[in-house]
Each structure stands twice: as C-alpha cells, then as structure tokens.
Design a protein around this ligand. Structure first.
Ligand SMILES: [Zn+2]
Length: 88
C-alpha cells in the first residue's frame, strides 16, 4: 500500500504509523459517564469498506494525515493534512 503524502508524495506505508480512527469524537470533557469514556478509550469498531484514519508520516515529514481508505481493497480515496481536524 502506498500513501500519497501531500508533503512528500507517494510513499510506502512502512514509512507511516497508523494513528487510529479519524471519525471518532471524544465525549465532552465535563462528561462523567464512565460507560461513554470506556467506549471511547477501549472499544474499537472494525469497519468493512471506506474508513477515515489518522496516519503519522513517522519516517518522512512527520506530519499527521487523514487518509480515507477502503479496509477491504486498501484503495485510498483521499489524503489530507490532519491540521484543522478534531483529533480527539
Ligand atoms: Zn510526508
């Protein structure tokens, strides 16, 4: 799989580190509901198909990216800098 970094161009995925699901949102910081926090911290979906993910170009420009990738085919539809994304 190759990721087209907006800064460096197409690079092998070995240069990147997966950073998690970019579609998740953190509960409000004032929310004291343990079940919501448990879900947010420990439970992960295993989606099939299109998925928004954070990837860190650890062995390149060191930028955080949002990659829209199909988890079945590994086809990448879109890559953008994560700046401005809510990365909670
Ligand atoms: Zn890069």
């Amino acid at each position: 799989m190759r990721i087209d970094c907006p800064c460096c161009g197409p690079r092998d995925h070995d240069e990147f580190a997966y950073g998690g699901d970019a579609s998740r949102t953190m509960p409000d910081i004032a929310d004291t509901g343990m079940e919501r926090w448990f879900d947010h911290v420990f439970l992960r979906d295993n989606p099939r198909g299109p998925h928004r993910e954070f990837w860190h170009h650890a062995h390149g420009c060191r930028q955080w990216l949002v990659v829209e990738r199909d988890t079945v085919t590994h086809e990448i539809a879109h890559v953008a800098f994560a700046r401005g994304e809510v990365s909670r």
